[in-house]
Design a protein around this ligand. Structure first.
Ligand SMILES: CC(C)(COP(=O)(O)OP(=O)(O)OC[C@H]1O[C@@H](n2cnc3c(N)ncnc32)[C@H](O)[C@@H]1OP(=O)(O)O)[C@@H](O)C(=O)NCCC(=O)NCCS
Length: 220
């Protein structure tokens, strides 16, 4: 009997800028792992198409963590929040007109909830020097190894390059993991509200301070 059975090598993660090619995989991760997000009222296929378009819009950018070339997590944000998020999402939705019309007839309530949620949660953002983190998720098997913090720091760096001095994001008040994660990346809570009955917490990170951890060891 083989006393030393072969061991699976540890997964090697790499990081890159998100492109439209990642859209479908990102949409699937969003639909399955961001259940509290208002956008999760929309089906994965639509979300995939939406990300394909959002990433190509001015001011939108994102980063992915790849495990053997497969998307294992993503962060997505934008740097021009003076423009209301609804207008931003509508801009993308206009390019997906046919798909939106299908949703109006097939999932009207889900669509309405997603639009109202995004509109409401975007209210606090209106500040020209604030970048917005719109979504972040890492697959469960790729968590707690620094991947989430890494793709968020990449997003912060891009926001700094675009002139932002602060980053903000909203999360469900009951998302304890996100609360700890946000604290660990240097954010503080700036507001707590309820949107469509859900407790929502707003976080802010001062971008004039650098990263809270050293990522040299797991960089590409
Ligand atoms: C939030 C999320 C992106 C974090 O990804 P991650 O790869 O696990 O994050 P990291 O490994 O970089 O975590 C950095 C630090 O944050 C804290 N942290 C992260 N997840 C945590 C959790 N579930 N519980 C407690 N602390 C947590 C820890 O301090 C961690 O450092 P440590 O592992 O050395 O203790 C991931 O948990 C996720 O995808 N959650 C589901 C989606 C979601 O809720 N997104 C946010 C809504 S906007």
């Amino acid at each position: 009997m083989d006393k030393n059975p072969p061991t699976t090598p540890p997964t090697r993660y790499t990081f890159s800028e998100m492109t439209w090619e990642h859209g479908a995989a990102v949409g699937k991760i969003h639909a399955e792992h961001l259940r509290h997000s208002f956008m999760s009222y929309l089906e994965a296929r639509f979300l995939g198409r939406l990300y394909e378009v959002l990433i190509e819009l001015e001011y939108g950018f994102g980063f992915v963590v790849l495990a053997d070339d497969k998307v294992a997590g993503f962060s997505f944000g934008r740097s021009q929040p003076t423009q209301a998020p609804t207008r931003y999402v509508f801009k993308a939705a206009k390019r997906l007109a046919v798909h939106v019309i299908v949703l109006v007839f097939t999932h009207p309530i889900s669509l309405a909830k997603a639009v109202i949620g995004v509109m409401q949660s975007g209210k606090i953002i209106h500040d020209p020097d604030v970048g917005e983190l719109l979504a972040i998720a890492v697959l469960p098997e790729a968590r707690r190894g620094g991947n989430g913090a890494r793709i968020l720091e990449m997003l912060f760096e891009r926001m700094r390059q675009e002139g932002c001095t602060r980053a903000r994001w909203a999360a469900h008040g009951g998302n304890a993991g996100m609360k700890q994660f946000s604290r660990s990346v240097g954010a503080v809570i700036i507001s707590e509200t309820r949107i469509m009955g859900r407790p929502i917490v707003w976080y802010e990170r001062d971008l004039r301070a650098g990263p809270t951890r050293d990522f040299k060891d797991n960089s590409e």
